[in-house]
Design a protein around this ligand. Structure first.
Ligand code: UD1
Length: 350
């Protein structure tokens, strides 16, 4: 067994299957895995990402992951990947993630996010692979009663996207209750930033829904101004508070979860991955302005329906049981995000 950067003995050594590995969080995690000595096979249908991410990952790490273009709902293709294996563990990122889109297409979200997970689990079962790290979201807490929110807070979905994440968590809880499986559910708060090389980053198609990609496109002159949704929340400056988390910290959280799978033993466990620090929308804008070096046009407008006033994580469980904590601050997040955005104004397609 090798010692890892987290100080724990590594319990998984071998090929890791990363579904959604060319996407935003997946690609950063693949970099972390390769740098940590793992062999990686990516399965991605490229529906919301680019194969150029594979080249960028290779240029950062000097190692090329195996790439298979396939949909996680395609049981035959998935089966072939496991048959070519061996696969030691799976990190499952492949999913759709836009709240607004999920309201327009709840069945599509159910098919990919829940159906795809079910297909993956069945395939893992057939191939005797029982270690899984699942991409969940703080959306499973809905509007929390208390902040910071810990993992024992009540779970509730407030939109179809959230319903699919909750359904995924429940499905995996049932699978693990059957015995023999080690599952970690990672509840991400608000991932932003990019690899410090600027070679990979978030590549949203169309006009972004999320705050930081939008702010950065305003900074780049592609969008005219930012609408700040609501200036009358009961917070220090009237704008909403979120727990923004550097995507490289998040990637390292997956390594810590992978290392923990066997050490924690069979079962299904949830961990918040956040910084524990809340930042307002106007504080994000100020940090982005420091990163880009010029003012970013913005104006306060009405609230966005469905937004909670303040959500941030209690990340204590991840620190105690995974040996992980976020290390990068909001200025680093914005500087790294801007490096990616300014060097790839059109994302991977530019
Ligand atoms: C959203 C999703 C959440 C998902 C997460 C992914 C909703 C209700 N929630 O979280 O399920 O897991 O993205 O990161 O959509 N804002 C503006 N102007 C903008 C965009 C956003 O002021 O143009 C504000 C929002 O009101 C919010 C904050 O910025 O207060 C963050 O918004 P966003 O990046 O969309 O994330 P969440 O809403 O926290």
């Amino acid at each position: 067994m090798n010692a890892t950067r987290h100080g724990y003995a590594r319990s998984v050594a071998g090929q890791i299957l990363v579904t959604g590995g060319t996407g935003y969080i997946g690609s950063h995690t693949v970099v972390a895995l390769l740098e940590d000595g793992h062999d990686v096979v990516i399965v991605d249908d490229l529906s919301n990402s680019s194969e150029r991410a594979v080249d960028a990952i290779t240029s950062i790490t000097g190692r090329r992951p195996v790439f298979v273009r396939a949909d996680v709902c395609d049981a035959e293709r998935l089966d072939a990947v496991f048959a070519a294996g061996p696969v030691d563990a799976v990190l499952h990122f492949a999913a759709r993630k836009s709240v607004a889109e999920s309201v327009r297409d709840p069945d599509g979200y159910e098919r990919v996010n829940v159906g795809g997970l079910r297909t993956l689990v069945d395939t893992m079962q057939r191939h005797d692979v029982h270690r899984l790290v699942f991409s969940s979201s703080c959306t499973v807490y809905g509007e929390p009663d208390h902040v910071p929110v810990d993992e024992d807070a009540p779970l509730r979905a407030v939109n179809p996207y959230g319903e699919t994440k909750l359904a995924g968590e429940r499905l995996l809880g049932d699978v693990a209750a059957g015995g023999g499986w080690s599952v970690v559910l990672l509840r991400y708060f608000n991932p932003i930033g990019a690899h410090p090389s600027g070679a990979i980053g978030e590549d949203p198609h169309g006009i972004p829904d999320n705050l930081v990609p939008y702010v950065m496109q305003v900074a780049a002159g592609r969008l005219a101004h930012l609408s700040v949704y609501g200036g009358d929340y009961p917070t220090r400056d009237g704008t909403c508070i979120r727990d923004y988390l550097h995507v490289v910290d998040l990637a390292e959280g997956h390594l810590a979860a992978l290392d923990a799978l066997d050490r924690l033993g069979p079962g299904c466990r949830a961990f918040n991955l956040g910084t524990g620090v809340g930042t307002t929308v106007l504080e994000v804008v100020a940090a982005a302005e420091r990163a880009v070096g010029h003012p970013i046009p913005h104006r306060v407008v009405g609230r966005r329906p469905g937004d909670a006033a303040a959500v941030w994580a209690d990340p204590a469980r991840a620190e105690a049981e995974l040996g992980w904590r976020a290390r990068r601050d909001i200025d680093t997040m914005c500087a790294d995000h801007w490096r990616w955005q300014s060097s790839h104004p059109e994302g991977f397609t530019g």
